[in-house]
Design a protein around this ligand. Structure first.
Ligand SMILES: [Zn+2]
Length: 283
């Protein structure tokens, strides 16, 4: 059995998948901000409780915001969690007495959709989470592409391509830079526009910006499919308008990249975390 844990700023969610990928159980605990030691104990306790409920030992995969720096082993940019800037992987493995696999939550999302979601069967998958932020993850051949620094796919923190005079230099981002894609295609960014210019005009601007943002993904990675999750993914305009606008921006003159909504919704993070381990371990 495979246990997946999704860590957020106020909740820890867990799922246990059996060898067929079916869900054995789901758990969720809300927590108040606490210091690192207590937060580590809470995580260990949730894993133990899930294993007890599932009736056996599981492989452990963890999805969370930010990334584990392969050089230092520290969790970075997980600002809203008590685990930020801490050696969480090392500490958790010491407590569990076994390996735990870690990945960014957007990578987990992309993996879940690639394995048995909207991107099932595709070789190269780009997953974009358009919610309170703009996350991105890459899966190739059924495996997360973490990258040299653990930051592969972090497309939301690159500048919006082809900014107009009105857009330049763009709002200040949570990462400290100006004009990140996240500041134009997240849910809050879209709502700011809507309050200023109304829904239809805001949506038209939004889809054009998203087409520009996806055009660099297509130019560099050329994925077989782009899967969209997060709160914004329910807007049908994304799947209708963005493909129509893409040829204005991509190197390929008639890009055919399918852009599709996610299948598993909010459960993608926790399912993908479980899928960081293969269903059948080599014996
Ligand atoms: Zn940024």
């Amino acid at each position: 059995m495979r246990l997946g844990v999704d860590i957020g700023g106020t909740k820890i969610a867990a799922v246990v998948l059996d060898a067929t990928g079916a869900e054995r159980l789901r758990r969720r605990v809300e927590y108040q901000r606490r210091e690192y030691g207590a937060a580590l104990e809470l995580l260990v306790g949730e894993i133990a409780a899930a294993e007890q409920q599932a009736g056996g030992r599981c492989t452990v995969g963890i999805g969370l915001p930010g990334y584990v720096d392969p050089q230092t082993g520290l969790l970075e940019n997980a600002f809203n969690t008590p685990y930020n800037k801490r050696p969480l992987k090392k500490d958790l493995e010491a407590k569990l007495g076994r390996e735990a696999r870690f990945a960014n939550d957007a990578n987990c999302f992309a993996l879940s959709e690639a394995v048995d979601g909207a991107a099932r069967g595709a070789n190269v998958v780009f997953g974009a989470i358009l919610g309170t932020g703009a996350g991105g993850g890459i899966v190739v051949g059924g495996r997360v592409l973490a990258g040299h620094h653990g930051t592969a796919g972090e497309w939301g923190h690159t500048p919006l391509p082809l900014m107009t005079k009105e857009e330049y230099p763009g709002p200040r981002c949570t990462c400290g830079r100006l004009g990140c894609i996240e500041q134009f295609v997240s849910g809050p960014a879209k709502n700011r526009e809507r309050d200023a210019i109304g829904e239809p005009a805001a949506m038209a601007r939004y889809t054009d910006r998203l087409a520009r943002a996806f055009s660099t993904v297509i130019n560099i990675l050329d994925p077989d499919v782009i899967v969209v999750g997060g709160g914004m993914s329910k807007h049908d305009e994304i799947y209708r308008e963005v493909p129509r606008l893409l040829p204005k921006y991509t190197y390929h003159r008639e890009p055919r990249t399918p852009i599709v909504p996610a299948t598993h919704g909010d459960a993608s993070g926790v399912r993908g975390a479980a899928m960081l381990w293969p269903a059948h371990l080599p014996s």
